[in-house]
Every structure is written in C-alpha cells, then in structure tokens.
Design a protein around this ligand. Sequence first.
Ligand code: AMP
Length: 179
Amino acid sequence: MKIILIGIQGAGKSTQGNLLLKKLKIPYLSTGHIFRELAKEHTPLGRYLKETMNAGLLISDKKTLSIVTEYLQRPEYKAGYILDGFPRTLNQVRKFENGIGHVIYLKVSDKEALWRLSYRDSDDRTDETLPAIKKRIELFHRVTEPVLQYYRKKETLIEINGEQEVKEIHKEILSKIKK
Ligand code: AMP
C-alpha cells in the first residue's frame, strides 16, 4: 500500500505516519527528514539543502525528485510506503512515476499549526524559526494547495480534520483507507 501524507507543518503528519507504520507495518519516510540528514553533510548539496530549509523555502523539484526516486527504489519500499512531505508542487506530481495510492490531507488551520509549533520541542531542527515556519505556510497555500486540488478533482483525496484527538485522526485514516 502506498500512502501519501500532506499538510502544513504542525498538522501531525509524522505523528500519524508513525502510528500508521506501527499499525500497518509499512515503512514510513519523510522528505523533510531525508533532507535534514543530507543537510548535515559538508558537500555543496548539503549546504544548499541547509540554506534552503533554514529560509523556509522548497528544495528544487529536480533535486527533490531525484532524491525521492532514489530512496523509493530501495528494496524496503518495494511493497509500499507511507510518504510524508511529497509531492508538494504540481511539477512533482507530474514527474513522479511511482504511482500514488491514498492521498491523505491532514487539515489544520494556520493558527492551530503556529500554536502547536510554538510549543514543540525543536532542538534538533535549525529550520524551525518563526520566519521560516511562516514562509513554509505561505508556500503551502500558494504551491501545495494546487496539488490538493489536483487530487480532489481526481477524487482520490482523503481530507481529514487534523484538529481532532490524535487517536481519532488515526482511526479515521484507517477507516478511510480500508474502504
Ligand atoms: P518538513 O519536515 O516536511 O517540514 O520539510 C522540511 C523542509 O524540507 C521544507 O521546508 C523544504 O525545504 C524541504 N522539503 C521537504 N519536502 C519537500 C518537497 N517535497 N519539495 C521541496 N522541498 C521539500
């Protein structure tokens, strides 16, 4: 099974992704996590990733697609995966050849996300500054909303109210992907 999780930062994608991993025993991966690991390397790519993420901007489609494609070719993802944070642009949707299963949109308001992020322990994330978070939210509306619209039109988008209890959200996701 292939599951895609979409939502603004603070929507609960990684919480829900990890619950799905436990329940369904399907590997979970997040492009943000992959990029943060690569950004630690002292290479031109590492520097580019770090600077771009710290500014709250998106990594180029070309680099994103090549890194994601390389990861998903690994044997552990053959049978399926839970992918958090990709695709975020229409270009990524068009060029992604792996095929999409369930697309889950965890919907929370900007206000709720900002509130949650201000209480989150982000010691390990140098990209969680207020200006970067605000930029990311703005980009989500401008660049990722059209992705949601694309899946909505194809009637493959599962929209979930992300402002419920964690357990309730998890239950709702499970019931909707089993249909
Ligand atoms: P996240 O952990 O999902 O909030 O992602 C952290 C950062 O990684 C984002 O602000 C982007 O700079 C980058 N990133 C993650 N996924 C993508 C993507 N699909 N396309 C472009 N940039 C991405």
